[in-house]
Design a protein around this ligand. Sequence first.
Ligand SMILES: [Ca+2]
Ligand SMILES: [Ca+2]
Ligand SMILES: [Ca+2]
Length: 446
Amino acid sequence: MRNTATRLLASVALGNAALVAQAAHMVADATANAFGNPSPLLGAADRRAFQVGNSLFKANWVEAGASASGLDGLGPLFNARSCSSCHLRDGRSRPPEPQERERHGLLLRIGVHAEDGADAPHPAYGGQVQDDAQRGAKAEARVEIRYESRKGAYGDGAEFELLAPSYALSQLAYGELGDRAALGPRVAQHLVGLGLLESISDERLIELADERDTDRDGISGRAHRVTSAVTGNLTIGRFGWKATQPTVLEQVAAAFVNDIGITSPIFPAETLTTAQSTLAADQPEPEIDAKKLDRVAFYSRAIAVPAPRNLADAQVVQGRSLFTEFGCAACHVPSHVTGDVAFHPAFARIAIEPYTDLLLHDMGEGLADGKRDGDATPSEWRTPPLWGIGLIETVNGHQRLLHDGRARGLAEAVLWHGGEGERAKERFRLAPVVQREALLAFLRSL
Ligand SMILES: [Ca+2]
Ligand SMILES: [Ca+2]
Ligand SMILES: [Ca+2]
């Protein structure tokens, strides 16, 4: 069933390519501002809310009492002072170079393995390593990255090299790591079209899932069931590299408390462990109120999708059909129609081409990071949407891809696919160079 559905979708995508390129949720902008436009679906009042959200997204938070701007409460522990210092121009971050001072392009989740295979927060460092702190407090640790070369070759003998990262923590300020600690490295994603992804119905995702691979095509995506911090109900996770957050609002509130140290009505307590309890200040009120939080969530939901480019180019046309032939479209599902109910009425029933199924897939040992995240095992990752991927270099000046930024470009990102993605990866690796180039040209057009 899954196969037929995928094929059908792919052909719909092919037929409608030109149409979708003009679609109402897109903006034709291929400049460094390509991820910074308000969705054309918004009206004038919505655009003002978008601008308020934008200014909060860019604002630098300061320590409590340091200013009367309403932007205080930073820390005591944090990774960065603003959303945009990681999501620069609403785009993709990259891991730091060894001696680089700015190190917030990559953050580390942390936990410990429990006997039953579940994950639990680390007793001394919690759920995330904060590598910065307010004055008078110590940052938790410094993250060190090492890369090991892995050589390989395409079917025609041309060689390639991949870099396999490993991570260590130095300057530990709050006690030993212990031998059961698990680290989960993550780079910041580009933030286009998230309100549209949020508006795809649960039913659609459940229909795409094939947990037991009953159609035996080697692909067994499953929805990540997570507990909503707002409703307390079990729901489908969609955001983050492991689909740990069910809504943009919860993702944004989690970013505030974990990354910047700003409490909110959704997460009213600082993320301090027992060893850090002396850092807690008397601050009974959430540091960002519901209204401001909502504006930032609105902004994060309402960024326009950049229109694909060069759709009529012969190489791009060939690449688009190879994308289906190689089996990429089985996970990077080209098209959906958003549901009847959306966070904003203008986002309902919109035809979109995000190239994702928002489901978890086992991507093999090569991409496993040793850390569980909710129900997702170390090797399971959410299929990332590919819209906008061809513009990351223009916007952010780098081409680092995958959850930890290990890939140095589109080809390396594909060559890392294993597990359920192994077969598609092999089709790409063994294809003649003209086909490989066509596939990459298609990805660059997105
Ligand atoms: Ca705080
Ligand atoms: Ca921590
Ligand atoms: Ca299947």
